[in-house]
Design a protein around this ligand. Structure first.
Ligand SMILES: *[C@@H]1O[C@H](CO)[C@@H](O)[C@H](O)[C@H]1NC(C)=O
Ligand SMILES: *[C@@H]1O[C@H](CO)[C@@H](O)[C@H](O)[C@H]1NC(C)=O
Ligand SMILES: *[C@@H]1O[C@H](CO)[C@@H](O)[C@H](O)[C@H]1NC(C)=O
Length: 180
């Protein structure tokens, strides 16, 4: 029994390893993005929008690739101490992996990279009243990802000129998690 648990434990740890060869950053198979996700980290050039009570601080639960090509995100928000569920359908554009939605302004939502199996990084550009805000989000298939994925996320953030002071760790912050 102990050995079995050890083996299971090792394979779970193995599954968590970041594999650079599995990274896809174009020609996405969006159906494979579908399923359960957890918010791991977020970054923005305007932290007040992703800090507590920020309008873009949203916790993912599920993504569904719809038959018509749109992408449905199920989120949880905290509103005055209550968890509120929201679904948002992002319309597909003519570019693979790129979607648009009106929410607190106009948004372009793009897949930045993924391995389908463990993580996905989304890039969102929000334009509200002429101000552009960029938000990057790291989602994991499990509630916590190893450091390698975080490092990868930091690297992607740097590409968009977001440094570590623009990044928030959300793994301990999903107060709606226990209500899943
Ligand atoms: C950042 O977001 C806050 C909250 O929405 C907003 O009041 C502020 O004007 C924004 N700052 C910049 C530089 O866009
Ligand atoms: C695709 O289907 C969803 C769910 O039925 C709907 O909300 C969305 O508007 C549809 N998109 C297009 C482009 O028809
Ligand atoms: C956007 O600008 C309009 C008109 O100036 C203003 O009424 C509105 O409150 C602004 N919205 C946000 C979210 O800042």
């Amino acid at each position: 029994m102990a050995l079995l648990l050890l083996v299971l434990g090792l394979s779970a740890a193995g599954a968590q390893k970041f594999n650079p060869l599995a990274v896809v950053d174009k020609n996405y198979n969006m159906a494979r993005i579908s399923g359960v996700w957890y918010s791991i980290s977020m970054a923005s050039n305007n932290l007040s929008r992703i800090k507590e009570d920020g309008d873009l601080r949203i916790f993912i639960r599920n993504i569904e690739h719809l038959k018509n090509g749109s992408l449905k995100f199920d989120f949880r928000f905290m509103v005055q101490g209550e968890c509120v569920g929201v679904s948002m359908v992002c319309q597909k554009t003519n570019k693979n992996g790129e979607y648009s939605i009106s929410y607190e302004g106009e948004n372009k939502v793009l897949v930045s990279e993924t391995d389908y199996r463990m993580y996905v990084i989304f890039d969102m550009q929000n334009v509200r009243n002429g101000t552009e805000t960029r938000v990057l989000a790291l989602y994991g298939r499990i509630p916590k990802l190893s450091q390698n994925f975080q490092h990868r996320f930091h690297r992607v953030c740097r590409k968009y000129r977001l440094s570590s002071k623009n990044i928030l760790d959300l793994t301990q912050e999903d107060h709606c998690y226990s209500k899943r």
